[in-house]
Design a protein around this ligand. Structure first.
Ligand code: HEC
Ligand code: HEC
Length: 310
């Protein structure tokens, strides 16, 4: 109760502050935005992790076949080019890039709000190692900030056309300054469940050889149980029930929450029957077992067994 009162108390304070203060621009890398960005990345319906990886290094299970098609998935933790700005990241997930035109999604994730795309862009950008060419970095950042401010000066939404990638994408804000002002260290906020290289290899192989099982896993289980079945020490989806959640106009939306989900490799029974009833016995945020056919549960069981090394 005390805890709840504290929350209500702080909410009242925040509301009071918000009514006096100008609203923080949605593109700012506040500590809250960075934190939310890490959650959205983890739980996005767009399955960012299936390409970009659970540890953000471009090592997701789908990255390999993309690479064979000549489309490399970037490593967010690598050194950033001095001309690369957070605006490039925002545009890449808003309208896609020249190279992502061929993907079914075009990499234009406009089902996420501008605010959540900024949160993800700022979070992912914060993982990169800043370039030491400070002069060039500063020029790029300032030009980007100008472009961002101009875009938001007369509209709450940044209209970038109908998913058409713009050819020139340079520029961004002084992110490092914003980050240190927020006192945010990404590594202290989220933890990645370690997965051995051999298990990764196994999962990559399983994804190639058991395409149907992988597709079932990806669309029904991955957002909570992780790309490799490794579970989560971070965010998972809150199952959205009709009339609940943060949705508007009766349309429920999935809301990320913090939870710890154990590694599927540690779960004893992974038979089709055990999997199909796993969520009938357990109340995992209202998540009930999915209505899959018997054959689909079998495929899923085979797939999960091979990614967990069973
Ligand atoms: C189907 C695989 C795939 C999925 C799913 C995917 N991405 Fe990407 N992403 C890519 C590829 C490939 C590129 C590189 C595009 C290029 O080089 O122009 C990329 C580029 C990016 C970039 C730009 C990085 C840079 O260096 O400029 C960001 C930011 C990004 N993705 C974020 C996300 C987020 C956030 C999600 C989920 C909402 C997501 N991606 C989902 C494949 C994917
Ligand atoms: C909304 C998030 C979510 C989704 C989606 C989800 N799960 Fe779970 N699952 C959980 C949570 C939370 C638990 C309980 C935490 C734990 O056991 O560590 C759990 C537990 C399990 C367990 C262990 C049960 C036990 O006896 O300990 C299995 C097996 C399982 N899930 C399989 C699946 C399969 C298969 C799918 C896809 C068809 C799936 N889950 C989809 C959240 C989810």
């Amino acid at each position: 109760m005390n805890y709840r009162n504290t929350i209500i108390g702080s909410m009242a304070t925040i509301a009071l502050l918000a009514s006096c203060k100008k609203e923080t621009p949605i593109y700012e890398a506040t500590a809250e935005a960075l934190h939310n960005g890490s959650l959205y990345y983890n739980v996005s319906e767009a399955n960012c992790k299936s390409c970009h990886g659970t540890d953000w290094n471009g090592n997701g299970p789908e990255a390999r076949s993309l690479k064979e098609q000549g489309l490399a998935v970037p490593d967010f933790t690598a050194a950033l080019s001095p001309d690369k700005t957070v605006l490039d990241y925002f545009k890449a997930i808003t309208i896609g890039t020249e190279k992502t035109k061929s993907l079914p999604s075009a990499h234009a994730y406009q089902s996420h709000t501008d605010r959540s795309r900024w949160a993800m862009a700022n979070f992912l950008y914060s993982l990169g190692k800043p370039s030491s060419d400070e002069a060039r970095r500063k020029t790029a950042s300032e030009a980007a900030m100008k472009e961002i401010q101009a875009a938001y000066s007369n509209s709450r939404r940044w209209y970038m056309g109908d998913n058409k990638p713009s050819a020139e994408r340079e520029k961004a804000p002084a992110l490092e300054a914003l980050l240190s002002k927020a006192g945010f260290t990404p590594s202290s906020e989220i933890s990645v469940v370690p997965v051995s290289d051999s298990r990764r290899e196994g999962a990559f192989h399983a994804q190639d050889s058991q395409a149907e099982g992988y597709a079932l896993y990806k669309s029904n289980c991955q957002s909570c149980h992780g790309v490799f079945g490794e579970g989560s020490q971070g965010a998972v989806h809150l199952g959205a029930l009709p009339g609940e959640g943060e949705g508007k106009g009766g349309i429920p939306r999935l809301k990320p929450v913090h939870a710890s989900i154990r590694d599927l490799a540690e779960v004893g029974a992974l038979s089709a029957g055990a999997l199909s009833s796993a969520h009938n016995d357990k109340d995992a945020f209202g998540q009930k077992s999915h209505a899959l056919t018997e054959e689909q549960w079998e495929l899923l069981a085979d797939y999960i067994k091979s990614i967990t090394g069973k």
